[in-house]
Each structure stands twice: as structure tokens, then as C-alpha cells.
Design a protein around this ligand. Structure first.
Ligand code: SAM
Length: 278
């Protein structure tokens, strides 16, 4: 597992360069993208195979065969650390399952880069990856996180950043501290710090601040919330008596911060069990 730069090619480590020069095969998320890095490193005509989210299941078998025949394979993603919202999870699981050695060449990741410049607490943090694109699912996820006291790290796309911060203003409150870390290690690297309401105002007034790659770091809640334990089976029982399965699962998800689809499947399963018992 070889970490590569998140923008500035100068961030490649000496060890990563050495490994990429000497392995027999490089498995890359996008071979054209990785070729730019390899050219920069003076590694010409490497043997490469694509390994991305759409072909990982199939390509893992290919990599396993290469490893079993004694070849060394480096896995890289387009940028940063493989497996962090990037392909590689299946490959690591399968290599371990076949007792083949896996090792890591650590290096850049947008997660740690953003945290370290955010100015927000770093003692304890949670990485949330990308929030759901659909508004209802995003709201549920943010509701579930609203009393999280650890710093939270989100990946976000330029298209959704304003909506996401707007949702945070409503759900976390306008005063919640944020750091929007954009284009880290690149020419237009910018870190905006302020309250959720302040950052939203900046973005709405300057569309340039919504461009590029970005990580949103959110300070933890300072309001210790005593969570009431919800007996989910009892909740589903009560809701099933008065609402349709679809509405009941929506209400359950909002109350608990769980997934609407999971509750919907459980509601249908309950209905089936009741019918079978009648
Ligand atoms: N595995 C990568 C890592 O360890 O950094 C992350 C891959 S994820 C598919 C890509 C997301 O990471 C982007 O949408 C953005 O949220 C974030 N990202 C990547 N490079 C970045 C950069 N230079 N500055 C800010 N965020 C970045």
C-alpha cells in the first residue's frame, strides 16, 4: 500500500519512490493519472494494471495470482493513502486471507493534512468520509452527529459544499467552528476558519472559495447531550401501528440517526413474520 502526494509531487517519500521503481507491477486506480507521477519520478514503462472501485473484485484475483507467483505489487490510488475513501479494501482482506504479506509505505492523506492545519482539536477525531448526496440522508447523518464531541473530518465536493454547510448551520448551529481546507499542498491552498455561519457567508459571496478539492473539519459539540436509550423494536412496534412502513422507517431514522432503508427492510420483515404467524 503506497501513499502518494495529494497535490504537490514533491511530497512523495524516498521510500515510496524506491518501492515504485522496484516492484514488478503497479496496481493503480487510474493508470493515466499515476503515469504522470511516475514520469516525474523518472520511472518509465512500468508494468501497470488498473484497480478501481468498478473492477476491484475481479482485479484482486489477478493481483493474488501475481503475488502467489512471487511478484511484488504496489497499490496506489490517484492521490493520498489507498483505502481512505479509495479502492484497496478487498485487496488487503484477500491478501491477508491468503496469508500473503501486506505492508504500508505511509505518506500524505487529505485527512491528516486538513486536521493538522485546521486549528481544531486533534486529540480525538472521527473521519466521516463523504456525506450522502441526497438531502434527506445527509440530514439524518448530520442529526446523528450533532452531539458528537470529537472533531469530525468530512470529504466534500465543490458542488455540495454550500448545501452541506447550510445544513450544518441548521443542525449543528451557526456558531459551530469549522475549517474548510481547500487545494492543500497546491497553488491555491486555502484554509478558511470560522463559525459555520461565517464560512457559509464567505462561500455565498465568493464562488472561487467553492472550487477545487476540499476537506471540511468540524469542531466537536461542546454540549454534552445525555442520549435517551431507544428500544428500536418497541419503537418499530409503535410506529407500525399508526404509520405506513415507508413513513414509519423515515420517522425511526430521524429519531435514531440510523438508516431509513434498514428500518424499511425491518418493517417489511415484521409484516411478513406477522402474516406467516396468522
Ligand atoms: N485517499 C485520499 C487521501 O488519503 O487523501 C482521499 C481520496 S478521496 C476519493 C478524494 C477526496 O479527498 C477529495 O474529494 C477531497 O475531499 C479530498 N482531497 C484530496 N486531495 C485534496 C487536497 N489536495 N486538498 C483538499 N482535499 C483533498
Amino acid at each position: 500500500m503506497v501513499a502518494t502526494p495529494i497535490g504537490n509531487l514533491g511530497d512523495i517519500s524516498i521510500r515510496a519512490t524506491k518501492i515504485l521503481s522496484c516492484v514488478q507491477v503497479i496496481a493503480a486506480e487510474d493508470t493515466r493519472h499515476t503515469r504522470i507521477l511516475l514520469n516525474h519520478l523518472g520511472i518509465h514503462q512500468p508494468r501497470m494494471i488498473p484497480l478501481h472501485e468498478h473492477n476491484e473484485a475481479h482485479q484482486v484475483l489477478k493481483v493474488l495470482r501475481l503475488l502467489q507467483s512471487g511478484e511484488e505489487v504496489a497499490l496506489v490510488s490517484d492521490a493520498g493513502t489507498p483505502l481512505i475513501s479509495d479502492p484497496g479494501y478487498r485487496l488487503v482482506c484477500e491478501t491477508r486471507r491468503h496469508n500473503l504479506p501486506v505492508s504500508v509505505i505511509p505518506g500524505p492523506s487529505a485527512v491528516t493534512a486538513a486536521l493538522s492545519v485546521s486549528g481544531l482539536g486533534t486529540d480525538r477525531f472521527v473521519f466521516e468520509g463523504f456525506l450522502p448526496a441526497r438531502a434527506a440522508a445527509r440530514h439524518s447523518r448530520l442529526q446523528a452527529l450533532s452531539s458528537e464531541t470529537r472533531t469530525q473530518v468530512f470529504f466534500e465536493s465543490p458542488r455540495r459544499i454550500c448545501n452541506t454547510i447550510d445544513d450544518m448551520v441548521s443542525i449543528f448551529g451557526p456558531e459551530r467552528p469549522l475549517a474548510l481546507c481547500r487545494e492543500l499542498t497546491k497553488r491555491f491552498e486555502t484554509v478558511l476558519r470560522g463559525s459555520a455561519a461565517e464560512i457559509l457567508t464567505i462561500l455565498l459571496n465568493d464562488s472561487d472559495q467553492c472550487r477545487g478539492e476540499m476537506v471540511l473539519v468540524v469542531g466537536g459539540s461542546d454540549q454534552a447531550v445525555v442520549r435517551t436509550h431507544i428500544d428500536e423494536e418497541r419503537l418499530l412496534d409503535l410506529l407500525a401501528g399508526v404509520l405506513t412502513p415507508r413513513v414509519a422507517s423515515e420517522v425511526a431514522a430521524r429519531l435514531t440517526g440510523g438508516r431509513k432503508n434498514d428500518y424499511y427492510a425491518r418493517m417489511l420483515q415484521r409484516t411478513r413474520t406477522i402474516k406467516d404467524n396468522e
